[in-house]
Design a protein around this ligand. Structure first.
Ligand SMILES: [Cu+2]
Length: 122
């Protein structure tokens, strides 16, 4: 039993040591650790607008869209692939984690005049 505890202790020390080395060597290359430091950003969908329409976040952060209208809306990436909330009814929400840097333009599929963007920085 003592032996197992000793092995586990040594094992976890190795893991912690490796994590420290990795985070020191390249803090910006560790999106998981980074994501936990930043809160989720909220974008309201209200009066046929995304509020705020333009946000800047760090890579690994999450954005949560919440539809405050009684009309259904979507938050759909203009490139059609990277994210798509599908139809969000009143009060429904959608969460997406941004894993790559760049300017992500998006719109509402039902009301194409509703346009917005998320800028993701490293
Ligand atoms: Cu809409």
């Amino acid at each position: 039993m003592r032996r197992i505890i000793l092995l586990m202790t040594v094992g976890s020390l190795v893991v912690v040591g490796t994590l420290l080395a990795v985070s020191v060597a390249g803090a910006h290359k560790h999106p998981t650790a980074k994501a936990q430091k930043h809160p989720t950003r909220k974008v309201l969908i209200q009066n046929f607008r995304f509020k705020p329409a333009h946000i800047t976040i760090k890579r690994g952060m999450k954005v949560r869209w919440i539809n405050k209208d009684s009309t259904a809306h979507t938050a759909t990436a203009n490139n059609g692939r990277s994210f798509d909330s599908g139809r969000l009814g009143k009060g429904q929400r959608y969460l997406h984690t941004f894993k790559s840097v760049g300017k992500k333009r998006y719109h509402c599929e039902i009301h194409p005049f509703m346009r917005a963007s998320v800028v993701v920085k490293r």
